[in-house]
Ligand binder design. Structure first.
Ligand SMILES: NC(=O)C1=CN([C@@H]2O[C@H](COP(=O)(O)OP(=O)(O)OC[C@H]3O[C@@H](n4cnc5c(N)ncnc54)[C@H](O)[C@@H]3O)[C@@H](O)[C@H]2O)[C@@H](O)CC1
Ligand SMILES: [K+]
Length: 475
C-alpha cells in the first residue's frame, strides 16, 4: 500500500522525531536520499553539470545539502539562489565548502541551458499557490531545453494536500519525497507533474493516511477466493438492471464485466435479454424487474438505462442489498432515497456526471477531484468512485483510495459499463463498497493496459482481459 499524509500530519510527525535526534539529522537523511536518487538518474556523477533552484525554506536546504554531496563526488554544481538573503545558511555554507558555486536568477540562463540536471528546491510542503517569478521563467527555460528535473519532496507549485494546481507548477521527471507521500503525489492534476515518485524513509512514525493506493498484494488479499464448499449462491449473485431499447450494448458490457468479477452467477433484468443471452447464455434472466427477480446479493443499476426510472427506484428501495448506481442511474436516482438506504450504496460517476450531481462545471470537478469525491460522498451518504486518469474512491470519512493502474486507453465507449458490472460482482461476493470500488478500478485499469497494449482497444476486449489482470494480481 502506498500512503499519503497531509502537511499538518507530516509536520507533527517530524516534530516528534526531531526532538529526539541531533540537530539537522532529518534534513541530512533527506539530502542523502535525494543525492543518491539524482546520482542514479545521472548514471555517472563526475563532471556532470547540476543546477539547483533554491528557495527560501528547508526545501532549499535539502537541495543545497544534496548539491554538496554531488559536488564532493565530482559534479559541477551551481545553485541559483532565488532569495539570497533568505537562503538556509548552514546548508549554503556546507554547499560552498564542498566546492559548489552560487549565482543569481539574472545570470542563470546560460548555466541552465547546459545543465544535465535541475534540482527543484523552490518549495516543498511550505509552498502556497503556483510558481512565482523568477522561478517561473527559470523552470520554463529548463523545460524548453529539455533538462531533466528532479523535484524535492514535491513539484513546486502544486498543492500538497489536495492535488490541486493553482497557477504554474514544475513538471518533474522524478520526485524524491520524504517520510511519506503527500496527497498531491497520488491525485491529479498534481500527480501528473510528479513524474516517477521515489520515497525516502526518514524514520517518521505516522497515523492513518489521508490517501492510499492499493498495490498488487493488497488487491490480492481483498479478492474473493472460492472455497471447496462454495456454491454459486454462496459466491454471490449479482443483479444487473441495465440497458434500454436504445442502448442494449450497455447491458451486454455490464454482464461481461460482472461474469469476470468473482460472483457465482449473474442475473439480468431489462429490455436487452435477447442481446445478453446471445452473448452470454450462462446469464440468469428475469423479466419481472429487480424487486421480483429472485435472490441477489448486490444490484448494478443505470448503465444504458436511458430514461427508465422504475428499475432505479425499485433497486434503491431494496434496503438489505448493496447497490451500485452508474451512468443514467445517477441522474435518475432520488438523492433522498440514496441517503436513507441502510445497505451500502456505491455511486460511480465520471467527471461530467459528478459535475451534474454537484451543480458545478466539469472543469471544477477535474481541478478539485479530492473535494468533489468527498463532497459527493458526504451529500449522498454513500461511497463514491470518481472515474478519471486516477480514479478516486471515497467515503465521507477515512482515507480516500487512489487507483494507480488507469490508462488513457480506458476512455472508450462502454468501458464504464464493464467497470460497473465487475464492481457489482465484487460487491455481491461480499466486499465492502470501498474495497469493491478500489479492487474493481484496479483490475479494470490493469485489464485496460493488457487489452490496449499501446493501441486503441474496445470495452469488450477490456472485459475479456479481466481474467489476465486477476491472475497477474494473484500470481
Ligand atoms: N521539517 C523537517 O523536519 C523536514 C523538512 N524537510 C524539508 O523541508 C520542507 C519544508 O520546509 P519549509 O517549512 O521551510 O517550507 P518550504 O521550504 O517548502 O517553503 C517555505 C518557504 O517558501 C516560501 N514560499 C511559499 N510559497 C511560495 C511560492 N509559491 N513561491 C516561492 N516561495 C514560496 C515561503 O515564504 C517560505 O519562506 C519539506 O518540503 C522538505 O523538503 C526535510 O528536510 C525533512 C525534514
Ligand atoms: K520542490
Amino acid at each position: 500500500m502506498r500512503t499519503a499524509h497531509r502537511v499538518e500530519t507530516v509536520r507533527q510527525a517530524e516534530q516528534t522525531l526531531i526532538s529526539r535526534l541531533p540537530d539537522g539529522t532529518l534534513m541530512h537523511r533527506a539530502a542523502a536520499g535525494l543525492a543518491t536518487a539524482c546520482a542514479n538518474l545521472l548514471g555517472k556523477v563526475y563532471a556532470r553539470k547540476v543546477v539547483l533552484l533554491v528557495g527560501s525554506g528547508d526545501n532549499g536546504g535539502d537541495t543545497l545539502y544534496a548539491g554538496a554531496r554531488l559536488s564532493r563526488r565530482g559534479a559541477a554544481v551551481t545553485a541559483i539562489l532565488l532569495t539570497p538573503d533568505r537562503t538556509h545558511q548552514q546548508a549554503l555554507t556546507a554547499f560552498t565548502r564542498a566546492g559548489g558555486r552560487t549565482t543569481t536568477p539574472d545570470n542563470a540562463q546560460h548555466t541552465l541551458k547546459q545543465a544535465d540536471l535541475l534540482i527543484d528546491g523552490v518549495v516543498g510542503i511550505g509552498g502556497r499557490g503556483g510558481l512565482r517569478p523568477p522561478a517561473t521563467d527559470l523552470i520554463r527555460a529548463a523545460e524548453h531545453h529539455h533538462v531533466p528535473i528532479v523535484a524535492v519532496d514535491l513539484p513546486s507549485g502544486v498543492d500538497a494536500d489536495t492535488g490541486e494546481v493553482h497557477g504554474e507548477a514544475v513538471h518533474a521527471t522524478l520526485t524524491v519525497t520524504f517520510g511519506t507521500h503527500k496527497p498531491a503525489l497520488l491525485i491529479d492534476p498534481a500527480r501528473e507533474h510528479a513524474g516517477v515518485v521515489h520515497l525516502v524513509d526518514i524514520g517518521l512514525t505516522l497515523p492513518p493516511p489521508e490517501a492510499e493506493a492499493l498495490q498488487h498484494p493488497d488487491v490480492s488479499a481483498l479478492l474473493p477466493h472460492p472455497g471447496a464448499t462454495s456454491d454459486k449462491y454462496r459466491r454471490g449473485v449479482v443483479g444487473i438492471a441495465a440497458g434500454s431499447n436504445r442502448y442494449p450494448g450497455a447491458a451486454v458490457l455490464a454482464v461481461a464485466g460482472a461474469l469476470r468479477g468473482g460472483a457465482g452467477a449473474v442475473r439480468y433484468t431489462g429490455p436487452a435479454t435477447a442481446e445478453v443471452l446471445a452473448r452470454f447464455p450462462e446469464t440468469l434472466i428475469s423479466d419481472k424487474g429487480p424487486k421480483h427477480a429472485g435472490r441477489v446479493q448486490a444490484w448494478v443499476v443505470g448503465p444504458g438505462a436511458g430514461d427508465e426510472q422504475a428499475p432505479v427506484s425499485e433497486v434503491l428501495a431494496l434496503d438489505d442489498v448493496p447497490v451500485l448506481i452508474d451512468a443514467d442511474g445517477l441522474r435518475l436516482a432520488d438523492p433522498g432515497a440514496v441517503r436513507r438506504r441502510t445497505a451500502p450504496t456505491l455511486l460511480t460517476p465520471h467527471a461530467g456526471e459528478a459535475a451534474a450531481l454537484l451543480g458545478v462545471t466539469r472543469e471544477e470537478v477535474e481541478s478539485q477531484r479530492l473535494w468533489a469525491v468527498r463532497e459527493l460522498a458526504s451529500r449522498y451518504r454513500a461511497t463514491v468512485l470518481l472515474k478519471g486518469a486516477t480514479t478516486l474512491i471515497a467515503d465521507a470519512e477515512g482515507p480516500v483510495r487512489v487507483n494507480p493502474t488507469g490508462t488513457p486507453w480506458l476512455a472508450t465507449a462502454g468501458s464504464g459499463d464493464v467497470l460497473s458490472g465487475l464492481t457489482g460482482s465484487l460487491l455481491a461476493a461480499g466486499l465492502p463498497a470501498r474495497d469493491a470500488g478500489s479492487v474493481g478500478a484496479y483490475l479494470h485499469g490493469l485489464a485496460g493496459r493488457y487489452a490496449a497494449d499501446g493501441a486503441p482497444t474496445t470495452a469488450y476486449e477490456v472485459a475479456e482481459a479481466l481474467p489476465t489482470a486477476w491472475r497477474d494480481v494473484t500470481g
